[in-house]
Design a protein around this ligand. Structure first.
Ligand code: AHR
Length: 837
């Protein structure tokens, strides 16, 4: 049928449908002022649910200029999530709205969601065609399919009659969202105009010592995820890349990731990738090893590290490898050396490879000069065939001198934040890209050769040499509580890799139906075993004994466990979360379980996640939001409304994002401003962690991050200092205060934040003052609870231009005058005053 004929036919149907809709919908709708509502999406699936309305079914108006009232959440990140041919219908009687759509182009995956008002939608469900029967009500108001032209664009959708007041409500909602968005988009770049003519302000902060409240003194912690090469090539001090020859083409997409990655065999002028063997491997979890055939003297196996190996003159480096001679070979001595890329010798040592079974060989190397891009070489002296695996080089000087330890300088800057807890192993890494990529903690412990390498969903490889045991040790070393997060039986909702169960698109994207129910008991047991590994008796429990075998008989004293990471709240999630949660509560009632409420501060997952957690009585939930600085400015009351009888909050991932994602002073000050409000609410927000933490230059998948580094240097961002100033000046008692200024401008006053806390064991008072204005604020703090003259008043300020990326805290002046604290807040600054009694 040609398009012209089809359109006119549809137009006829439309008129007929319009009449019949009007007639039939009187059962659903009994108001005179009704119009036809059309629901549609872009043909290519790239939009969410659009709505249009018409009185006469001839001229159509877009509702709120194309606002998307519902978005599909099935599929991999961003554009992977699609909505085709949404069918919107209203249930007779209840008036509930239901929407069914195709979530993939092929139609193999269908989706359903429902709503009372078309504004807030319930959990989405995904199923194969036919499955919609479960979700659809028996009686719906009459709908008709039609084609229309909306704002000059042809579209096809489903229509029904509705009162015009519904359209008004929809428009009002979209307008409200857009207004909020325009506030959130506010940036300091507009301050020249926004605050033109604003003079320096005078402010008084009056402290109320009669209404103090206990708050968490564990508020500031760190979020560790192996993203941006944070672990291998980052915090984990191993210098050899792909030490176990287990890189695989599945690990990364842009380069040739395989067993030979970062390795070269050099024979004279000739270089080649190493041959790889799999016969009688070192361990079944480590099936690949290198075979080095030496025919010519000087033939060597070389590793280029992570962007080269950085060395310090005179420092000691521990080399070790597993090696054997190939059957029928005699072997002999070999030289292990560190060289510049041009071949200049920096350090060397001897090992002896004479056995035809795997042996661990060790040597110490001490470079004669500093180097940034050194190469590790193993050069057998005798001709023959050799096998190598688990080739490793660690600086002796790891953090706290631990074997298999952490890079000392990086670990130190983390410790310097004074974090009260460490969340690990992620983030998305915890729940993984598909069911088969869920982070199995058991695969990350035990002897290194027995650890299971894992594809990292950020596009590289995890050796998991830095595994659960090492995370626990690090927490112990820095006096922070460990906070492991395990998957809630579902992988990341943005998964795009097929599970081994997959027989259709349903098992290849999104939550993939979760871990099959028949496998859930084993999965739940793994979670219980994790708690036993951390806390179990070393003599009486299986997993406590394994911890002791790993060198730590004493329990790690685990208090928290996170279940789920910003998951899509679906029935699949709810079932599995509930099963895991109940099992943990029953077996370990003393552990604080942390649930999850989606990736945003609002929306379906936030609402449904909160409902589920409240219903189950989950002690704490994990909230995530990456938002513009303007969001932080205009939502400082976010937690003031929280019901204190409901679960407590772990603000597990947050950061201020500006366009271009810089790590500058503006975002750091927006975070500081918001943290003064979080501290005010630290009776309900118990713990909080900025995310992500670490990023290796040249290997960064996500910006901004708190700390940037390469092999030899570390760059701390202004946001790092915001975290540090809060971490170092934590209190356990909150002293309410009210701020008044000589400005009547609400937008100016909103940009000044204050928080006063006391550390009850030492009696110290900490006053935090944030000024996100282009003018200074001369501040007096009154009614501080002082007993006599303080022994010490010390102030620190973080200030500069909003786009500064290298602002650092500096000492500043603050004086006491008759019991009043006086300090001048420079434009764009964060000041902390610490008062010792
Ligand atoms: O922090 C980076 C990522 O952001 C985390 O892995 C994930 O939880 C969130 O989407």
């Amino acid at each position: 049928m040609n398009r012209g004929i089809r359109t006119s036919l549809l137009a006829t149907i439309l008129v007929a449908a319009g009449t019949s809709l009007q007639a039939r919908t009187s059962e659903c709708l009994n108001v005179p002022d009704s119009v036809t509502l059309l629901a549609y999406a872009q043909d290519n699936g790239e939009s969410g649910l659009h709505l249009a309305w018409s009185r006469d079914s001839a001229r159509w108006f877009s509702v709120a200029d194309g606002y998307e009232y519902l978005k599909s959440d099935f599929g991999s990140w961003g554009r992977g999530k699609k909505m085709f041919a949404p069918r919107l219908m209203q249930e007779q009687g209840s008036g509930k709205w239901h929407c069914i759509w195709r979530a993939t182009a092929s139609g193999q995956v269908m989706a359903h969601a429902s709503s009372d008002d078309l504004l807030t939608w319930g959990a989405q469900s995904y199923f194969e065609p036919g499955g919609e029967k479960t979700y659809l009500p028996v009686h719906t108001c009459r709908t008709g399919q039609l084609e229309a032209t909306v704002e000059g664009k042809a579209c096809q959708g489903w229509a029904q009659r509705v009162p015009y007041s519904l359209i008004e409500n929809l428009v009002r909602y979209a307008d409200h969202k857009r207004l909020r968005q325009s506030l959130h988009d506010e940036q300091t770049a507009q301050d020249g105009t926004r605050f033109a003519g604003l003079k320096p302000l005078t402010a008084t902060l009056t402290v109320d010592t009669t209404q103090t409240k206990a708050i968490s003194n564990h508020l500031i912690g760190i979020f560790f995820e192996d993203i941006n090469y944070a672990a291998d090539g980052g915090l984990y001090a191993e210098l050899v890349q792909n030490r176990d020859f287990e890189y695989s083409p599945r690990d990364g997409s842009r380069e040739k990731w395989d067993s030979g990655y970062a390795w070269t065999v050099r024979e004279g002028e000739h270089t080649a990738a190493p041959a790889i063997g799999t016969e009688q491997p070192l361990h079944p979890n480590n099936p690949h090893y290198a075979i080095l055939q030496v025919n010519t003297p000087g033939t060597s196996l070389e590793n280029s590290g992570y962007d080269g190996i950085a060395l310090k003159q005179g420092a000691r480096y521990d080399f070790s490898c597993r090696a054997r001679t190939a059957p029928g070979n005699r072997g002999g001595k070999a030289t292990v050396s560190l060289r510049t890329p041009e071949g200049r010798l920096l350090a060397s040592a001897r090992i002896s490879i004479t056995a035809d079974e795997w042996k661990q060989l060790r040597a110490t190397l001490t470079p004669s000069e500093d180097a940034t891009r050194a190469v590790l070489c193993i050069t057998p002296n005798e001709p023959g065939s050799y096998h190598f695996d688990l080739v490793s080089l660690f600086p002796r000087d790891t953090f706290k001198g631990r074997k298999n330890g952490l890079r000392a300088d990086l670990a130190q800057v983390l410790a310097d934040l004074h974090p009260r807890f460490v969340r690990f192993p992620g983030g998305c890494v915890a729940h993984g890209d598909g069911i088969d990529n869920i982070y199995d903690w058991k695969g990350s412990i035990g002897p290194l050769e027995a650890r299971k390498p894992l594809r990292n969903l950020w596009g590289y490889h995890q050796t998991r040499g830095l595994g659960y045991h090492e995370y626990f040790l690090f927490c112990e070393d820095i006096g922070a509580e460990p906070l492991p997060v395990v998957a809630a039986g579902v992988p990341c909702q943005n998964s795009g890799t097929c599970s081994h169960h997959a027989d259709s698109e349903l098992g290849c994207n999104g939550q993939q139906g979760g871990i099959p129910q028949e496998e859930m008991p084993a999965y739940i047991q793994d979670v219980l075993d994790l708690i036993e590994y951390a806390n179990g008796d070393a003599r009486k429990t299986v997993w406590g004994r394994k911890r002791a075998e790993a060198g730590h008989p004493k329990p790690f004293g685990l208090k928290y466990i996170g279940i789920g990471n910003e998951d899509l709240i679906t029935t699949v999630f709810e079932e599995r979360f509930t099963q895991i949660y109940r099992a943990v509560r029953e077996r370990y009632p003393e552990i604080t379980v942390i649930g999850t409420v989606g990736p945003f501060y609002e929306g379906t997952d936030y609402i449904e996640g909160w409902k589920l957690a409240t219903r189950l009585g989950v002690p704490m939930v994990d909230e995530h939001y990456y938002v513009q600085p303007g969001w932080f400015i205009h939502n400082q009351d976010f937690y003031d409304r929280y019901d204190r009888s409901k679960p407590q909050v772990y603000l597990g991932e947050y950061a201020a994002h500006l366009p271009g994602r810089p790590s500058n002073l503006e975002v750091a000050l927006a975070e500081a401003l918001y943290l003064t409000a979080v501290e005010r609410n630290a009776d309900v927000v118990r713990i909080a962690s900025y995310a992500p933490l670490l990023a290796k230059e040249g290997h960064t998948q996500w910006r901004p991050d708190l700390i940037y580094f390469d092999n030899t240097s570390i760059r701390l961002t202004p946001s790092y200092y915001t975290q540090q100033l809060f971490g170092r000046h934590a209190g356990d008692l909150y002293l309410p205060s009210s701020l008044s200024t000589d400005s009547k401008r609400a937008d100016a006053n909103k940009r000044i934040g204050a928080s006063v806390v006391r550390r009850q064991d030492t009696g110290e008072l900490f006053v935090k003052l944030v000024n996100l204005l282009p003018v200074s604020v001369s501040t007096t703090v009154e009614s501080l609870p002082l007993q006599g003259t303080p022994a010490e008043v010390a102030a620190t300020v973080l200030t500069g231009k909003p786009d500064d990326t290298d602002a650092k805290p500096q000492p500043t002046t603050a004086s006491m005058d008759n019991g009043r604290l006086q300090c001048e807040l420079p434009p764009y600054s964060f000041t902390v005053v610490s008062i010792k009694p």
